[in-house]
Write a protein that binds this ligand. Structure first.
Ligand code: NG6
Ligand code: CA
Length: 523
């Protein structure tokens, strides 16, 4: 080494030492600051797809066992009046993440796989709010809130998407398990895509020469009942047409494991930071494709088996949190995006093998319905050592998580719809919401206190394909849920004052002028 080189080296060593010294000085200072601040807990949403109020053991299911969900329910706050914001997926998820009512966004309907992103990239979301509070944020599982801004090229980076509305990491399916494209997308890129076999997706027409569920029943391992007769992937007919991307296509039976592993990896990788994980399981939405480990386990066909599989995944996931020593510092909220459905478009024995099980529990209706089973869902808050086990009858909606987590993490974010209910969530108070707008496929109804009011709607009383009562009727419906949880006794005529009070309060939030309500709802 020459003398000059040696001097240069000494200079750099000195510089490096000075840097380290200054930096550790800075660190000491920082440590003092953070020590005074309460540590931010990790936050996890475990979200199921179409899981009903009565599908869970701790919510009264005797036929179907869910020991791992019950572990959370019995060790945390189990809400009996917890609501999803809509009786279908996309609007419900939109509301969950933004803390705003879905009916404020006219595009918040069940979306095709090619729909543009439903959340405005300038909009505040839970993950974005938490990012600003120092969180690392991730989503693993079902997205179904649209991607891109129209005309997505699935072979390029797909944006805007979850990473543009507040998630640092995303590993998702675009829409639903029954909709194309049937591939996983990681941080905007189709996972495992072979560039020589590009993906094309259309919801308008088939690609020449490609088989469909409608024309090629001989290729199907699962038969369609209604809808679901477009492209065939893995022997299952889907909604929408897709060509190419063979290597990237998911294996349906492995989906639960795939999402579980990604969710576990995420928490292990980010255990040092406060993190927020939105773990959105795909079960028991159609097509129900439990891994062979679970097939036949419940005697209820694939729907029951898929719930058993989801419950197992939740158990494995909680075990990972425990093993990593994270349970005491993690708030877990478990819920479902909408109520239950048996036949949602495939012949999968869900109706035939239901036996004595009641996925809707004591409630009327189901998915797509304005009756209670459409939106009243399992809703559990668990935080080991911080939340005392209790059953809470307080009314709480998933839109309230936004304001409640804002409070928990010291953020100043708020909005007109989301009610701050941290104490309710933590089981310290039972003063829940007084009123809530309920939604099902763009129709709205109202809950206030013990009362539920459904305005008149045209349309069938029952959706015969899914065999669910939708809540449509020519006259107003008014039910006292305290006495009549199954909504059998319409008191609209005998309680005109109550009905008027409900209408006025509903219209005030819903923004419909008094005279217009009937005319508008009957359209
Ligand atoms: C419906 C589908 C249903 C399901 C639902 C979305 C038909 C006939 N039915 O349009 O199978 O995919 O959309 O469910 O296509 S959700 O839980 O994602 O909202
Ligand atoms: Ca759903």
């Amino acid at each position: 080494m020459t003398k000059t080189n040696f001097l240069n080296l000494s200079f750099f060593v000195l510089l490096a030492l000075t840097f380290i010294a200054c930096n550790s000085g800075g660190n000491t200072k920082e440590t003092t600051i953070t020590e005074n601040k309460p540590a931010l807990p990790n936050i996890i949403f475990i979200y199921l797809d179409d899981l009903g109020y009565g599908d869970v053991g701790s919510y009264g299911s005797t036929e179907l066992k869910t020991p791992n969900i019950d572990r959370l329910a019995n060790g945390g706050v189990r809400f009996t009046n917890g609501y999803a914001s809509s009786a279908t997926c996309s609007p419900s998820r939109y509301a969950l993440l933004t803390g705003t009512y879905p009916w404020r966004n006219k595009d918040a309907k069940i979306l095709p796989g090619t729909a543009p992103l439903l959340i405005d990239t300038a909009q505040m979301t839970i993950p974005r709010m938490l990012q600003a509070q120092g969180y690392h944020t991730g989503v693993v599982g079902k997205w179904h809130m649209g991607l891109g801004s129209g005309n997505v090229d699935w072979n390029q980076r797909i944006a805007p998407g979850p990473n543009e509305v507040g998630f640092d990491y995303s590993y998702i399916m675009a829409a639903t398990q029954d909709r194309v494209p049937t591939v996983y997308i990681e941080d905007g890129h189709v996972a495992g895509l072979d560039p020589n076999d590009p993906i094309q997706v259309s919801y308008k027409e088939n690609f020449p020469g490609e088989p469909t569920g409608k024309d090629n029943p001989e290729l199907l391992k699962m038969k369609w009942h209604h809808g679901h007769n477009n492209s065939i992937v893995n022997g299952i007919p889907r909604i929408g047409f897709m060509k190419g991307g063979e290597a990237a296509k998911w294996v349906d039976e492995d989906m639960a494991d795939t999402f579980l592993i990604r969710a576990q990896k995420y928490i292990v990788a980010h255990k040092e930071a406060p993190f927020f994980l939105y773990y959105a399981l795909q079960q028991p939405h159609v097509p129900r494709t439990p891994h062979p480990r679970f097939a036949g386990k419940t005697g209820m066909g694939p729907r029951g088996d898929a719930i058993a599989e989801a419950d197992w995944c939740i158990g494995e996931f909680i075990n990972t949190l425990e093993k990593e020593g994270l349970l005491e510092n993690t708030l877990i909220v478990l819920s479902s995006d909408n109520g239950p459905v048996l036949n949602d478009g495939y012949h999968d024995d869900a109706e035939e093998k239901i036996g004595k099980h009641t996925p809707w529990g004591p409630l009327r209706g189901g998915k797509y319905s304005l009756f209670e089973a459409g939106t009243r869902v399992p809703f559990i808050a668990y935080w080991k050592g911080k939340i005392e086990p209790s059953v809470s009858d307080a009314m709480i909606s998933q839109i309230d998580l936004f304001a409640s987590l804002s409070k928990l993490t010291g953020s100043s974010e708020s909005n007109q719809d989301s009610k701050e209910m941290l104490d309710v969530l933590m089981g310290k108070s039972t003063e829940g919401r007084d009123e809530l707008i309920l939604e099902a496929t763009t129709r709205t109804a109202f809950r206030k206190g013990d009362w539920a009011m459904i305005p008149p709607y045209k349309g069938p009383a029952v959706n015969k394909q899914v065999n669910i009562e939708l809540g449509n009727a020519e006259e107003y419906q008014l039910y006292n849920l305290q006495d009549d949880i199954n909504q059998q006794n319409n008191l609209a005529v005998t309680k005109p004052d109550k009905l008027q009070e409900m209408k006025t309060a509903f219209e005030k939030i819903r923004g419909i002028a008094d005279d217009d309500v009937e005319a508008l709802e009957l359209k």
